[in-house]
Ligand binder design. Structure first.
Ligand SMILES: Cc1cc2nc3c(=O)[nH]c(=O)nc-3n(C[C@H](O)[C@H](O)[C@H](O)COP(=O)(O)O)c2cc1C
Length: 369
């Protein structure tokens, strides 16, 4: 039986355990979309907390693909060198650093979630069709030439991610952003080669995965994040997600991160603990590909059960690790699997809690500020 704290190896990369920090937008980039001290402190802290992987937030492959003007980008040299510092810091904390490459499509040009509304000044948004998301602006429907340029934009960023030192790349195909907009019949009304049936709607995701796989090392894992359902009748569904995952596996994708929703404002989601795990389980069984499960997994026992019962190969945490970066180190103690996860600098903090069986990590030398 697999344990939450058993390592996981995908291609040439070994994750020290099966807990990942899910990608989370921080809306804290510098004006030129570079990571800042906020990202460094935030992500290094979560790596030091004991996770097996830390995935950097949705990062635009093109300026117009950012969700907000303060989202990260990775389309130029200056951004690449800042990402190199970030990737190195995460790796020093013990987690494998990865990056989620994204294009927000018709959900771009917004303000941070805590402000809401359109960005000012904003920019022209794009999508498969001239159909708006809820009360957002109506996007420009991409021309065939514009669509054909997208896989290369993702591949260019992936090449930069490799040079920056990331250990894996994730393609964002979920939450109603551009690639998901192509997948769902609710947002893709095209009747050319990128729309219509399942094959047409899936084409951009498959071509983009191909383009990324071609420029990253053979030993580097490629993840794809998919919403397994739109939670709206007539939308993208779990069956199509399984079918697409099977095709992605054949293209050299190593793991599907299974989430849901975000495409249509009419979605109705029953937000109960582990609410997206059935989607992960369906993909794992139906497509025979490793999966990560995410969504209201908050206790060590829940996370352990998901992995031990073979419902997913790893779990990702988002809000729980915002509240507590040391969730993984504390989970190891709670599950009776002392792991060398506690930074030795913090030894007294943990031991003063009552002589817990704490194992200390090795302190990595850190560069001076
Ligand atoms: C602050 C915040 C930012 C997020 N940003 C992203 C993102 O950049 N990319 C993404 O795929 N999901 C993003 N998500 C979704 C999370 O990765 C995760 O799937 C979701 O929060 C459910 O997991 P949880 O119940 O553990 O929070 C974000 C969630 C939060 C709370």
């Amino acid at each position: 039986m697999t344990h939450l704290f058993d390592p996981l190896t995908l291609r040439g990369v070994t994750f020290r355990n099966r807990i990942g920090v899910a990608p989370m937008c921080q809306y804290s980039a510098a004006e030129d979309a570079r990571p800042t001290e906020w990202h460094l402190a935030h992500l290094l802290q979560r790596s030091l907390g004991g996770a097996g992987l830390v995935c950097v937030e949705a990062t635009g492959v093109l300026p117009e693909g950012r969700i907000t003007p303060t989202c990260l980008g990775l389309w130029n040299d200056a951004q690449e060198s800042s990402h190199a510092r970030l990737a190195q810091a995460i790796a020093r904390g013990g987690a494998v650093p990865g990056i989620q490459l994204a294009h927000a499509g018709r959900k771009a040009s917004r303000r941070p979630t805590w402000q809401r509304g359109p960005a000012e000044p904003g920019w022209e948004i794009v999508g498969p069709s001239a159909a708006a998301f809820g009360d957002y602006a109506t996007p420009h429907a991409l021309t065939p030439e514009e669509i054909e340029a997208l896989p290369k934009a993702f591949a260019d960023s992936a090449r930069r991610a490799v040079r920056a030192g990331y250990g894996f790349v994730e393609l964002h195909g979920a939450h109603g952003y551009l690639l998901h907009q192509f997948l769902s019949p609710l947002s893709n009304m095209r009747n050319d080669a990128w729309g219509g049936d399942f094959a047409g709607r899936s084409r951009l995701v498959l071509d983009t995965s191909d383009a990324i796989r071609a420029v990253i090392p053979d030993q580097m894992p490629l993840f794809v994040r998919l919403s397994h359902t739109d939670w709206v009748a007539g939308g993208w569904d779990t069956e199509e997600t399984v079918a697409l995952s099977r095709l992605l596996k054949a293209k050299g994708v190593d793991l599907i991160s299974v989430t849901s929703g975000g495409l249509d404002h009419r979605q109705k989601i029953d937000l109960v603990p582990l609410y997206q795990v059935p989607g992960a389980e369906a993909v794992r069984q139906g497509a025979e590909i490793p999966v990560a499960a995410v969504g209201l997994i908050t206790t060590p026992e829940e996370a352990q059960a998901v992995v031990a019962e073979g419902r997913a190969d790893m779990v990702l945490l988002a809000r729980a690790v915002l509240r507590n970066p040391y969730w993984p180190a504390q989970a190891a103690i709670a599950l009776g699997r002392p792991e060398a996860l506690v930074p030795p600098q913090y030894d007294r903090g943990w031991n003063d809690w009552g002589k817990l069986p704490v194992e200390l990590a090795v302190a990595e030398p850190m560069p001076a500020l």
